[in-house]
Design a protein around this ligand. Structure first.
Ligand SMILES: *Cc1c(COP(=O)(O)O)cnc(C)c1O
Length: 394
């Protein structure tokens, strides 16, 4: 048989390193090993019961058919209100809202709708693993700008300004951030948006962790800053992280009506609508903000407690420094003093101590590893003990 030829798209796309670590840790666990898994990028809570109930009711009522490509009209209308209320984006209408099969797909649609071959997209590192790959799949070129722990993992307006060329089409912002947990302040968002608008860039704002905040910080949506900012910003959100609905595959996208129309055309050809009965469940989450807020707050109490335990544990290890992240559910300690690549560090940590973390190289930052604290308290205590023992031997 002749060798099977794959496309350039398939050959050039990197496998997701976060999913890879999770798979390796799960395989070890299945083989009976006692693994402390910090690799997971999902909450360890169940989906709130009232959301599941609404989905089950939809199934029982036979809501099992296609719906319009951009989403259930009721859900789009409710999400328009949500973006006015919570994200403070002025006058959002239902025709600006798309419901997609996941925040990840929303990001991809946003890039596909606005970026062409030859365009450059600025991505601050440490970045979420999928951004550079999406940009490449759209035929555009990722331009990575490192914002390390010396700047609290935040891109500065000077850095952004300096990197813009006449080919730059978009900048991707992700606050609160995966993998660093960094949250941009209002002033920081304002300064970045000002530079982006001056250069006529699009802003892809990935706000999937918008409700997962600690230390009293607030989330600021770039699209809330001005009419011009709203017109140039594609706001991505979703249900996976805030409502513990990762397996439901539901994301959102809010953009200028022209962009939303383009996104609808793309989604219509690429997948049709997101799962219909899942959207009926999501509608319950958006239509009952009080119940949703309570469910999120309950989760946040646990997350915050674990964040502080993990932060204290990691900071107490000789040779490790760790920023006090104020969002999402990750810490991103610096392990560069040990002189190992993040991949070697993470593989040895998994082999020798059965502790699974994600190497920073996958996020474009080889001096770090990522711990998720969306794990049981007992895992955190035991994981820190093993991590200390491991670092002590290096
Ligand atoms: C988890 C995640 C998403 C999207 O997740 P979905 O499950 O596809 O909704 C998007 N951006 C970041 C930064 C994430 O961590």
């Amino acid at each position: 048989m002749e060798s099977l030829k794959l496309s350039d798209w398939a050959n050039n796309v990197a496998p997701s390193p976060t999913l890879a670590v999770d798979a390796k840790a799960k395989a070890l666990k299945a083989a009976g090993e006692d693994v402390c898994g910090f690799g997971a990028g999902e909450p360890d809570f169940d989906t709130p019961a009232f959301i599941k109930a609404a989905c089950i009711q939809a199934l029982n009522e036979g809501k099992t058919k296609y719906c319009p490509a951009p989403g259930l009209p009721q859900l789009r209308a409710a999400l328009a209100e949500k973006h006015i209320r919570d994200n403070k984006i002025h006058g959002v209408t239902a025709d600006q809202v798309i419901v997609s099969p996941g925040g990840k797909f929303s990001c991809y649609l946003g890039v596909m709708a606005t970026c062409s071959p030859g365009d450059e997209v600025i991505i601050p590192a440490p970045y979420w693993v999928s951004y550079p790959e999406m940009v490449k799949l759209a035929g555009a070129t990722p331009k990575i700008l490192l914002a390390d722990d010396s700047s609290n993992f935040k891109l500065t307006p000077e850095q952004l300004k300096e990197a813009i060329t006449d080919k730059t089409r978009m900048v991707i912002l992700n606050s609160p951030s995966n993998p660093t947990g960094a949250v941009y302040t209002r002033e920081e968002v304002e300064a970045l948006v000002e530079v982006a608008l001056e250069a006529n860039l699009y802003i892809l704002s990935d706000e999937i962790y918008e409700y997962l905040l600690y230390d009293g910080v607030t989330h600021v949506s770039p699209a809330s800053l001005s009419e011009e900012a709203a017109a140039r910003t594609i706001t991505v959100g979703g249900f996976s992280k805030s409502f513990s609905m990762t397996g439901w595959r539901l994301g959102t996208l809010v953009a200028h009506p022209e962009i939303a129309k383009a996104v609808t055309r793309l989604q219509g050809q690429m997948t049709s609508n997101a799962t219909t009965f899942a959207q009926w469940g999501a509608l319950a989450a958006i239509e009952h903000p009080k119940q949703s807020r309570d469910a999120i707050d309950e989760m946040l109490v646990s997350f915050d407690c674990r964040r502080l335990t993990l932060l204290e544990g990691l900071s107490s290890v000789d040779g490790v420094t760790c920023q006090r992240a104020q969002g999402a559910f990750y810490l991103f300690p610096n392990i560069s003093s040990f002189g190992l690549s993040s991949t070697d560090f993470a593989s040895r940590l998994l082999e020798e101590e059965k502790v699974a973390v994600v190497p920073g190289i996958g996020f474009g930052a080889d001096d770090y590893i990522r711990f998720s604290y969306a794990v049981a308290d007992s895992t955190i205590d035991e994981g820190i003990r093993r991590f200390k023992a491991f670092c002590g031997r290096l």
